[in-house]
Structures are given as C-alpha cells and as structure tokens.
Ligand binder design. Structure first.
Ligand code: FPP
Length: 236
C-alpha cells in the first residue's frame, strides 16, 4: 500500500456525542454542547494549519428542531455567542465563513449576524469554514430541483442541458470542492442527511471519541490514515 498522498482539500465533520459526553460527566446536555463548541475552534484552527482549504461542520440539522425546546434554545444561544465572538476571531485569522442550510428557519438576529460574517469574510483566503445550520441534504437537493424547474419554466435553461455541474451549482455548496474525507465522532456510523450529493466519493472515518474530547492530534492521526487509502473513483 504505502503512502498515496491523496489530495485533501475538504474535510466534513459530524460533531456527534455532546449529549453522551455530558451524561458521562453527570452534566446537563447543554454543557456538552458548550464543550463541543470549544472543540470547534480548536479543530477549525488545526485544519487550517494543516493546509486544509475547506472544513464543513454539521452544527444543527433540520431534524434537530425536534429536540426539546430547552435544548434548541440552548443551542441557539450558544450560536449567538459564537457568531459574535468565536467566529469573529476566525474571521480575523483570514478564514472565510459560509453558512449552508435553511437559514430562514433561524431567528432574524441570528440570520443578520450570519450574513454579516459572510460579507465581511468574503475575501479571506487562508481557509473556508462552512457551518451547516438547519441543514438537511434531501431538502437541499429538493430546493435545487425546484430552482432548476423554475429556470426551465422561464426559459433560462433547456431541460436537456441539465447535467451534474448545473445541478451542483444549485446547491448551497456551489463552487466548493466535494469533501475528500468525512469524520463522524461518537461511534455512530451513519450519514444523518448530511451532504448526500457531495459525498458520492468521500472516504469515511468513524471514531468512538465524543466530540468534546476530539483533539487536533486525533485529527492528524485520521489524516495520516486517509493518506494510506487508495481512492479509485470506480476505476479498476
Ligand atoms: C451532536 O451531539 C451535536 C449537535 C446536535 C450539535 C453540534 C453543536 C456543537 C458542537 C456546538 C455548537 C456549535 C457551534 C458552531 C455554535 P448530540 O447532542 O447528538 O450528542 P448525543 O448523540 O450524545 O446525544
């Protein structure tokens, strides 16, 4: 086998296990989310230092709205804090910040802060952090189909000209290369409606570590294993 030096432009992460981490320590679930939020900053910085150009984090899924009102409220307040403090720090470190998901579902003050961060970091070049908020991949694909249907109806495009590229360009991730590597923490091994279109050829890694305990060293270790994998994209 040996090192194949796979290109690693984009890492996608499912940050799972905050609740179980809290339970293990006899703490409320929201303390787990707070600890998890600290890990976000550490990992975003580490990925950038390692030269990874794109990092996408699953912070809140469309399905997460079904959690208890207290937990959703706690996550939203954490997000408010994050938008005004931690993300701002990353913005000052030349990180571009983008949000993907159904943003109209979020409170208007949160939407405003998101838009402000996107605008002010537009020209940042060192790395791009995509934060999936109120995100669901099937919903993303459905809205892309709807947008294309409207374009066909208005005569902007012919249905025979719809190909993978035109379709991809209707997704929230327009212009972003597909993830090379997916990491899911906490031992669960499923996709949970995350980047379904974009992960057609992504390499998957699952670690039992709960997200609040995930470290830069573990990320490095996973990247080393990723480099040993042979990616064939369906070729022999
Ligand atoms: C999964 O753990 C995690 C979430 C649903 C939220 C992820 C949020 C953070 C890491 C913190 C907030 C991030 C930002 C960017 C503000 P879980 O609650 O499903 O854990 P469990 O499966 O052990 O219950």
């Amino acid at each position: 086998m040996g090192t194949t030096n796979n290109q690693l432009r984009h890492i996608a992460i499912i940050m799972d296990g905050n609740g179980r981490w809290a339970q293990k320590h006899g703490l409320p679930r929201n303390v787990g989310h707070q600890k998890g939020a600290e890990t976000v900053l550490e990992i975003a910085r580490a990925a950038k230092e390692m030269g990874v150009k794109y990092l996408t984090l699953y912070a809140f899924s469309t399905e997460n709205w079904k959690r208890s009102p207290e937990e959703v409220e706690g996550l939203m307040n954490l997000l408010r804090n994050y938008l005004s403090r931690n993300f701002k720090q990353l913005a000052q470190e030349d990180v571009r910040i983008l949000f993907i998901g159904e943003r109209q579902m979020l409170a208007s003050d949160i939407q405003k802060q998101m838009q402000h961060l996107e605008q002010t970091t537009e020209n940042n070049k060192s790395a791009t952090l995509l934060v999936a908020l109120s995100y669901g991949a099937r919903q993303e694909i459905v809205q892309a189909a709807r947008l294309l249907a409207e374009k066909v109806k208005s005569g902007d495009i012919l249905s025979k000209d719809i190909d993978e590229k035109t379709f991809s360009d209707m997704l929230y991730t327009k212009g972003v290369p597909d993830p090379d590597l997916l990491i899911r923490t906490s031992g669960e091994q499923r996709l949970s409606n995350y980047l379904l279109w974009q992960m057609a050829y992504t390499e998957f890694f699952f670690t039992p570590t709960y997200w609040p305990d995930f470290t830069k060293d573990e990320l490095k270790n996973i990247i080393e294993q990723f480099q040993q994998r042979e990616r064939r994209y369906g070729k022999a």
